[in-house]
Design a protein around this ligand. Structure first.
Ligand SMILES: NC(=O)c1ccc[n+]([C@@H]2O[C@H](COP(=O)([O-])OP(=O)(O)OC[C@H]3O[C@@H](n4cnc5c(N)ncnc54)[C@H](OP(=O)(O)O)[C@@H]3O)[C@@H](O)[C@H]2O)c1
Length: 310
């Protein structure tokens, strides 16, 4: 198939292109410098010219809690503009299928865990990432609306749980939990420090899937697109406490100090675990253990560090 992939240089976009199944397809993946997805007319022209069999929308402004709290307006407008432009361009160009990537931040703050797709849009979003969550929700709703309006355009949304993996961001200003933990524990080991500070009490629970697993799920979704529900979570089906992520990283990195807790820091939602009933019915499950995923991510971080790029 001819695949138009947005966000091809991002963590997920690279995992999609590095996956074995990518070899069977012709993939066009413009960078943001080549195609600014917030520019509607440029996106319309690019998608029409490429005339793909499917669009995979994996671009986004993505960041951790600090970046989200500092720039809610940019997280809202950029993600909304990119999503609307890509979906509407695909529709205008007569592309038959589009796979959109959402985020578990789309779920209401007080939705019961595990988060079932039926809870979407049924309550206030988590304030620390409201701009991002609102944009993701609006784009997923647009996918649903256009699919209902037009029988020959099928536009579906996968909602990944939190992710980590190769090509993750290790810069503390924008990093997510797992790369931030890897960097902190690595630096403690390098500096000989015997303590590492954790924000909050570390009991909040999070579900982090290895990005290569998401790529595998995405290719499965592409291959069996008609079997896919309009909206489907994609995740591990179980979660770990923040303290457990730190402990696993310390084991992988070989650091034997102890952890302290800064209770004055924000930690976001108590739990964010996506329900995997639809995923199980679809017939897919992730394969990578937490230990293996952290080990592969740490090896990548060490490579970047050696090249002075971490
Ligand atoms: N990371 C997670 O934990 C997570 C969890 C759930 C869902 N998701 C979703 O999965 C998708 C991929 O995330 P990721 O982690 O791969 O993100 P990422 O590593 O930050 O990559 C984001 C990509 O978006 C592209 N992009 C940003 N602004 C753009 C613009 N104006 N025009 C064109 N391209 C633009 C970037 O392109 P350039 O590199 O060319 O600048 C980059 O390749 C996103 O939709 C995200 O919301 C991520």
């Amino acid at each position: 198939m001819k695949v138009f992939l947005t966000g091809g240089r991002g963590m997920v976009g690279r995992a999609i292109q590095d996956h074995d199944r990518a070899k069977a397809h012709q993939i066009v993946a413009p960078t943001s410098a080549e195609l600014d997805l917030t520019d509607r007319s440029a996106v319309m022209a690019a998608v029409a010219e490429d005339a793909p069999d499917i669009v995979i929308h994996s671009a986004g402004r993505v960041g951790g809690i600090q970046a989200n709290m500092a720039h809610p307006a940019a997280f809202l407008t950029e993600n909304m503009d990119m999503g609307f432009n890509v979906v509407l361009a695909a529709r205008a160009a007569g592309v038959p299928r589009l796979l959109n990537l959402g985020s578990s931040c789309m779920y209401p703050h007080d939705a019961p865990n595990p988060l079932h797709e039926e809870s979407l849009g049924k309550g206030e979003l988590e304030p620390t990432n409201e701009g991002y969550g609102l944009a993701k929700l609006a784009v997923a709703r647009l996918c649903d609306f256009v699919s209902r309006e037009q029988a020959d355009f099928s536009c579906k949304t996968l909602i990944p749980c939190n992710l980590y993996g190769l090509h993750d961001k290790f810069d503390p200003a924008v990093s997510h939990l797992v790369p931030a933990i890897i960097r902190k524990v690595h630096e403690a080991r390098e500096s000989g420090s015997d303590t590492v500070e954790i924000w909050g009490d570390g009991t909040a629970r999070r579900e982090f899937m290895f990005s290569d697993d998401l790529a595998d799920g995405i290719w499965q979704a592409v291959a069996r697109f008609d079997d896919l529900p309009g909206v489907m979570n994609i995740g591990l089906g179980h979660d770990y406490s923040i303290n457990e992520y730190y402990a696993e990283a310390a084991r992988v990195i070989g650091w034997q100090g102890h952890f302290t807790h800064d209770l004055s820091r924000p930690t976001g939602m108590k739990q964010k675990l996506v329900a995997t009933d639809r995923q199980t019915a679809f017939g897919w499950a992730p394969k990578t253990s937490l230990q293996d995923g952290i080990a592969q991510t740490y090896a990548h971080f060490l490579d970047l560090t050696e090249r002075g790029e971490a």
